[in-house]
Design a protein around this ligand. Sequence first.
Ligand SMILES: Cc1cc2nc3c(=O)[nH]c(=O)nc-3n(C[C@H](O)[C@H](O)[C@H](O)COP(=O)(O)O)c2cc1C
Ligand code: SF4
Ligand code: SF4
Length: 263
Amino acid sequence: MIYYFSATGNSKHVAERIAEALNDQAQSIETASTDIILTDNEPLGFVTPTNWNELPVFVREFIQKTDIRLAQNNYVFCVATYGFLQGFVCEDARRELRKKGIGMNAGFSVKMPDNWTPMFDLSDPLKVQQQVDAAEPQIDSVIAMIRQRVQGNKSKDWMPYFLRVFTDPLLTYERQTKFFAADKNLCIGCGLCARKCPVQAIEMQETAKTETNKLGKTPVWTAERCALCLGCLHRCPKFAINYNNKTQSHGQYQHAKYYKGKS
Ligand SMILES: Cc1cc2nc3c(=O)[nH]c(=O)nc-3n(C[C@H](O)[C@H](O)[C@H](O)COP(=O)(O)O)c2cc1C
Ligand code: SF4
Ligand code: SF4
């Protein structure tokens, strides 16, 4: 089974490509059982975005709470999708799995559009498509290595694990929900952001009904449990959500395979 977490479709696409090539299944960890029982020779893959060079909190917690029972000759791997620097995602996954007594055989990475739009500009569809296209041969190469059951960390742009002492506080700082805001002139109160949030960090609260917001609902980032996947920002049908006033001019992103267009 190939497990994935994906806010904007990059990791989902990679997981689906690998699953198809191995005649296996891709399963989102958002809806997965926390009981994994493998059969002999079955691969176990985790495909995940990179968050401040680390394994995203949501994926870490999934591994921690999941009971994984291996059989004979399983092949356990991690694939980090990333946009700029992959850092130590696969090393993080390896350490989490090791705590459960599970050895990870290999780590890989695939460079894709960087959905951290507080910093990266994804407003040019042509450039974004070029980045999406450039990922395909990388995915082919990862699939070939998985088929050969290659061992070791083969991920690109990795960083020494001790640097985590610097990136960890950054991630904690950026996770503060006070940075999120919905533009009252754009938000229609549809609640999609709240429904799709993987950690229920968004609550829809009553607000004045307006011509734009006929439902009179507005999202409020209540809990400090946001996993900072940016899914809410990128999926909003009106591009109403911004983060720290830095994202409005940098565009929204969803992998073309899953993007259903604006409403
Ligand atoms: C909070 C956050 C932090 C990120 N940090 C990094 C990073 O440190 N290095 C990097 O290369 N990409 C980083 N990214 C980019 C994503 O890892 C990348 O776009 C990934 O492919 C998104 O996967 P998804 O579409 O499956 O959600 C970050 C994205 C977010 C939202
Ligand atoms: S998805 Fe966008 S339009 Fe819908 S409630 Fe959330 S912020 Fe408003
Ligand atoms: S609030 Fe937005 S960024 Fe935070 S976890 Fe939910 S969907 Fe992801």
